[in-house]
Design a protein around this ligand. Sequence first.
Ligand code: ADP
Ligand code: MG
Length: 628
Amino acid sequence: TDAEMKARLPKKVYNEVKACKLDKGSADIVAQAVRDWAIEKGATHFTHVFEPLTMLTAEKHDSFVSLPDEDGKVMMDFTGKELCESEPDGSSFPSGGIRDTSRARSYTSWDMTSPIYVKEDAIGTILCIPAAFCSYTGEALDAKTPLLRSMDAVSEQGVRLLRLLGNTTSTKLTAGVGPEQEYFIVDRDKYLQRDDLVFTGRTLFGAPAPKGQELDDQYFGVIPERVGSFMKELNEELWRFGITAKTQHNEVAPGQHEVAPIFSVTNVAADSNLLLMDTLKKVATRHGLVCLLHEKPFAGVNGSGKHNNWSLSTDDGINLFKPSKKPETDTRFQLVVGCVMKAVKKHALLLRTAASNPGNDHRLGANEAPPAIISIFLGDQIGGVVDQIIEKGYADSSIPAGMLDLGVKECPAVDKDPTDRNRTSPFAFTGNKFEFRMLGSSASVASPNVVLNTAVAEALAQFYKELEGTAPEDMETAVHELIKRAIRKHKKVIFNGNGYTDEWIKEAEERGLYNLVSTPDALPQFIADKNIELFTKHSVFTKEEIYSRYEILLENYVKTINIESKTLQEMLTKDFIPAVNGYAAEVAVNANEKKALIEGLATTAEESIVKELTEASNTLSAKVAELK
Ligand code: ADP
Ligand code: MG
């Protein structure tokens, strides 16, 4: 925590860490303070924790132990260099062709803006240092580096535009991200009986239970005792890490739940979400349970997503997405809405790509998650303001927030939001933030936020260009004209209706909005010329980095499908077909024995079972051969 740093570091060094400007001498001082703090907590090892392009966390532990001195005494050593960097053998991480296998060197570098923590489990206590990861030649091989670059881009462009609008106080603009995490909890012994769950994270076949989610009785229902004791330990673990676990509840499907922390700065939110996913799995195992983070573990009931709540705030506390009480006269807010509309409309396919993975292909557009079409929901209040701007060029009224009287004196009147929710929209305005609802439960939040930050940075840059050079006395008129132009130009991206209907799919097509239904459809967008231009212009990715990621994502898709295919073959060959044949044979033998006992006895039921199962077995065998 900040308090711990303040207490343990000289003021000058503390300020250097906060400013991310650390000289070598200061790095040693910080390292000693960090070491002492960690050893007090029982740490024996340290590690940089990074997110290579497997999109999972990676760590390599080193103990604090150093060579014994002349008296044979082992010192617990930790230098500034060890704090700031490490050089792991990177050859076995995906690099998407950036480097040949024989060239192994890569580096991690401490992210000074994401809190250091200690992790305590069966292996002992480990000091964990969040870090970025790059190749020997400096290309980013991780999720964090582009995320940090995109945060800089949006900050730079945002502050520049705010200055033009007369702001003199803000020096930084940061995105706050609050990821809501959905997951399934299942019994570990039963899980281990399912090769498909173990190898692919989802059931490849099976029959639904007689009772699913049709009674709507799970959502927010009483949390089962066994899951409750898991959640209690989960919260304690998360709070110990400094992750502000806040909200928990049962989700729609049986065995499905959600946890959400309080939002934080994007890179911290991304690191925390990875740690949260690791912790979900670890704590579940301790309770004889398994946490499934796959987007669609079971057919026939809802799958799991991750909602990326996202807002832009300045370092002096202005949330750009929070309208004033009268949004019809809030020029800055209207400009920001125009900016988000432009960014989302122009880079819809990139956002779609950022939500793509093989698991999420089972959800998007399948009547439980937003469709694969990107649109924005603004709600009645802001939508109303935008409609007026489209129609007459300005807005002069808006639906006020009000009180909702339940009509019973026993309950207090409710402070009502000016806008209802829309759970079918992939990109919904929720009062002071946007909720990007398309993401899959297993995904890192890094990619979508790289896209959001960069797309918005570009829109901000273009707005700046349009207003640059305007005389101060003309600025107000120029801003109004810009708002009008932007909102009118990008109005097609606004959709306030039900996104789950076929009518919307048709309408979206008429509007010229894209509907890329699968990961292979979406991924090529990543290397489209205009997106390469966008990312390189804002120094978020180099061209090589973009191509390497494209390679890795495609390869990951192909390999995932291949693992599913091999698992299917194995289960069919080893379990399924033998069981079908065995039962058919058992029924046949029984029928014959019955007939031998009572002459002329009809065994039509047995015969039809034997016939049906034998035919099924033949079909299965033929299909397995085909699949192979
Ligand atoms: P819902 O009711 O949509 O399920 P939750 O309460 O589960 O919402 O989660 C909402 C998330 O949004 C939380 O992580 C919360 O901290 C986050 N959040 C709240 N305000 C902001 C904001 N201004 N910017 C970003 N995230 C926010
Ligand atoms: Mg929620």
